[in-house]
Design a binder for this molecule. Structure first.
Ligand code: FAD
Length: 380
């Protein structure tokens, strides 16, 4: 495969890099500490087109390909993975799901505002008893003719409080199992919809993660995405693409940690020379560089598969599995290269190490990616 980037792709990568350095880097330590992320920064990301990158221009998006999106995700994630998860959820789960499966009316009402960054979306599948086993949905959406009555709890929802629009997966026909699940568009402020407290997390602390409570929420039927019973397939299809975004996030965290380690190793002296001249350190850098490049190829491959309309279930799962392992490993080694300085906040690598862990958990844990991969290779 030829991964030579076009002029446009290089420009997008550079724009994301510039934004990350000038806007995200200042204050990233404080945002992590205080678990906050100012609205003005979200608005800037919207103005620069990062929140609807792949959405068709007629719906207010930037009309770019998936490869451009992963390039931007990598650059943003090098500096602030809390910002990039917002970008990832809004682009690959919410906007993509609505653009691909929504009605024209839903696109006009919601997608245009989501793609421009005027509002942010959330994707709500996980529940207290339904994480990896997403078929065990306990949230119900009972069909009442022209509307559904929604009851239940969702857990761990990214953009949980910031979002205005929520794509909620719920069980309508229990007897049909996962064929009886629907995906509904729920708006903030609908009666009976409450936002639970913010989770106090290990990493991506600038991203707001909440549980959501639905108590007899009346959702109009025109807010259902796809045919009756399409909800589970909707969630799986959407997550298959979402994983490419998270793989790119993991790649960015790894690359960010590596760049900091490389730079530090050329400055810090021990035993009369820069630590990069000690082979133990140089070999760590060699391993990091090699693994990051391998991860990058997997991520690009998955993005190119999606752009070429080839099946990307396998390539996306491999990209996420490997890139998230590389992110964790690289970030831990970057802390080691920094010695004591790696253990304090000012040098950024301890945050990247904490942020890396989530990439092995959300949008399908590493164990679940191995199930997806093994099923795919064993089916032929
Ligand atoms: C910060 C954060 C943000 C999140 N954002 C969102 C969001 O926006 N929307 C959303 O819907 N969800 C979100 N999630 C939820 C996330 O997707 C789930 O946490 C994840 O899918 C794992 O589910 P679980 O936590 O219930 O773990 P469990 O499913 O209970 O898994 C526990 C362990 O068992 C392993 N395991 C489970 N089943 C198997 C199996 N069959 N074979 C081998 N091992 C297995 C898992 O890999 C894991 O190691 C978020 C989570 C976090 C922490």
């Amino acid at each position: 495969m030829d991964f030579t980037l076009s002029e446009e792709q290089l420009m997008i990568k550079q724009a994301a890099k510039d934004f990350a350095q000038s806007e995200l880097l200042p204050g990233v330590i404080e945002r992590d500490e205080t678990q906050t992320f100012p609205n003005e920064l979200v608005q800037k990301m919207g103005q620069l087109g990062f929140l609807g990158m792949m959405v068709n221009e007629k719906y207010g998006g930037s009309g770019l390909d998936t490869l451009s999106y992963v390039l931007a995700m990598e650059e943003l994630s090098k500096v602030d993975a809390s910002a990039s998860v917002m970008v990832s959820v809004n682009n690959s789960l919410v906007c993509w799901g609505l653009e691909t499966y929504g009605t024209e009316a839903q696109k006009e009402k919601y997608l245009t505002r989501l793609a421009s960054g005027e509002i942010i979306g959330a994707f709500c599948l996980s529940e207290p008893e339904a994480g990896s086993d997403a078929t065990s949905q306990k949230t119900t959406a009972i069909d009442k003719g022209d509307h559904y009555i929604l009851n239940g709890t969702k857990n761990w929802i990214t953009n949980g409080n910031r979002a205005e629009v929520y794509l909620v997966i719920a069980q309508t026909h229990v007897e049909k199992g996962h064929h009886g699940i629907n995906a509904l568009i729920v708006e903030k402020g609908m009666e009976g919809f409450e936002i639970g407290p913010k989770e106090n997390k290990l990493g991506i602390r600038g991203s707001d993660t909440h549980s959501l409570l639905f108590n007899d929420v009346k959702v109009p039927k025109e807010n259902r995405i796809g045919e009756d019973g399409f909800g589970f397939k909707f969630a799986m299809k959407t997550l298959a693409g979402g994983r490419i975004g998270i793989a790119a996030q993991a790649l960015g965290i790894a690359a960010g940690a590596y760049e900091l380690a490389l730079q530090y190793s050329k400055q810090r002296k021990a035993f009369g020379t820069e630590i990069a001249n000690h082979q133990a350190i140089a070999f760590k850098l060699a391993d990091m560089h090699t693994k990051i490049q391998a991860a990058r190829h997997l991520v690009y491959q998955a993005a190119c598969d999606k752009d070429a309309k080839r099946d990307y279930t396998l390539s996306g799962a491999m990209a996420k599995l490997y890139a998230s392992e590389v992110a964790m490993e690289t970030a831990i080694e970057a802390v080691q290269v920094h010695g004591g300085n790696g253990y304090v906040k000012d040098y950024h690598v301890e945050r990247l190490m904490r942020d890396a862990k989530i990439t092995q958990i959300y949008e399908g844990t590493s164990e679940i990616q191995k199930i997806v991969i093994s099923r795919s290779i064993l089916k032929d």
